[in-house]
Design a protein around this ligand. Structure first.
Ligand code: PEP
Ligand code: MN
Length: 331
């Protein structure tokens, strides 16, 4: 198997000192020295933020700081481009890898313009779009592939959740494109990064892109999801990467993802039941109302028939849900 890829560094370059400290701490880690990963130091300098009032990145000056990182610590550098002009500037400043972020990835015109302006940059990483669309992701990779020597796909999920099916579709359609997992944006939570690193290794990914900050709590963007350099060393296990993508492992991830959704929906349903219980209580109404339950059940039985699910299964599940709802209303 080829050497795993690790793209690590802060969400954003904030000050020269912050960037050099992050780079120095990463460069000193054992993983940077033992040759077990192809290491790239990342930092966004033009940040595509939701609100114009948020930190927008330091802009062009960040390119000079990234040059300094390369000269001082011998690290390869990476940044995000959202426009053709940014891509040209990054190329002129000698950035080694450019990534196309998930917001830009939603817009094929922007991706094409960037692809047409990447001369001088060897490696381009394409994140999945903000919404679940493996074909758009693949189309973006195709656009870039015609111009770049090396293209990677980065699975960063949608709305702080993985989209395993989207990633599996992409990697099945383009098996020769290295696939990286971005546990930081996928979870939005530093506490979940380690587990997602384990998934990347076991599912046959080719590397990770992880946000690392010398002092995550003080970060000007994505503070909740950034980890420290020491945690990066602890969480990543490049020697554990599986060389094979086994479809069963991916399908099991999809099952876990579906179960999470089911239980979140059940929990939402129970919360509504509790509020209904309060309503009934203040009006001295009966908790169990058989007419209402029969309506709910019949509607679901009709749906089950249309969707090929056994009516007995539907009845069992609906009765169990109803029983739990009654308990909630009694509290
Ligand atoms: C980033 O990597 O900092 C970033 C903005 O990522 P995404 O496009 O996945 O949100
Ligand atoms: Mn970020």
């Amino acid at each position: 198997m080829s050497t795993p890829i690790l793209v690590a560094g802060p969400c954003a370059a904030e000050t020269r000192e912050q960037l050099l400290t992050a780079a120095e701490q990463i460069a000193l880690l054992p993983l940077a020295k033992d040759g077990c990963v192809r290491l790239f130091f990342r930092a966004g300098i033009w940040k595509p933020r939701t609100s114009p009032r948020s930190f927008q990145g330091v802009g062009d000056i960040g390119l000079e700081w990234l040059q300094e990182v390369r000269e001082r610590y011998g690290l390869k550098t990476a940044t995000e481009a959202g426009t053709a002009e940014q891509a040209r500037k990054a190329a002129a400043a000698g950035v080694d890898m450019l990534w196309i972020g998930s917001r830009t990835s939603a817009n094929p015109i922007a991706v094409q313009e960037i692809a047409d302006n990447i001369e001088g940059i060897n490696t381009i990483a394409v994140k999945n779009p903000m919404h679940e669309d493996s074909e758009l992701w693949a189309g973006n990779i195709e656009r870039v592939r015609q111009r770049a020597k090396e293209v990677w796909a980065v699975h960063r999920g949608c709305r702080h959740k993985p989209c395993w099916q989207m990633a599996y579709r992409l990697t099945s359609a383009m098996p020769d494109i290295p696939l990286l997992l971005d546990p930081s944006h996928m979870s939005g939570d530093a506490a979940k990064v380690e587990n997602l690193c384990r998934k990347a290794e076991s599912l046959g990914y080719n590397g990770y892109m992880i946000e690392v900050h010398p002092n995550p709590k003080e970060a000007l963007s994505d503070a909740r999801q950034q980890i420290t350099p020491a945690e990066l060393q602890e969480y990543t296990r490049p020697d554990k990467f599986n060389s094979r993508r086994d479809e069963l492992d991916w399908l099991r991830c999809e099952i876990d993802e579906a179960d999470d959704e089911i239980w979140q929906a059940i929990s939402r349903r129970m919360d509504v039941s509790r509020r209904i219980g309060e309503y009934k209580h203040t009006r001295n109404m009966q908790i169990v109302q058989p007419d209402r339950f029969n309506k709910v059940l019949n509607r679901r039985l009709k749906w089950a028939e249309e969707n090929g699910i056994a009516s007995l299964t539907v009845e069992k599940i609906m009765n169990a849900l109803h029983e739990e709802s009654i308990h909630r209303q009694e509290i």
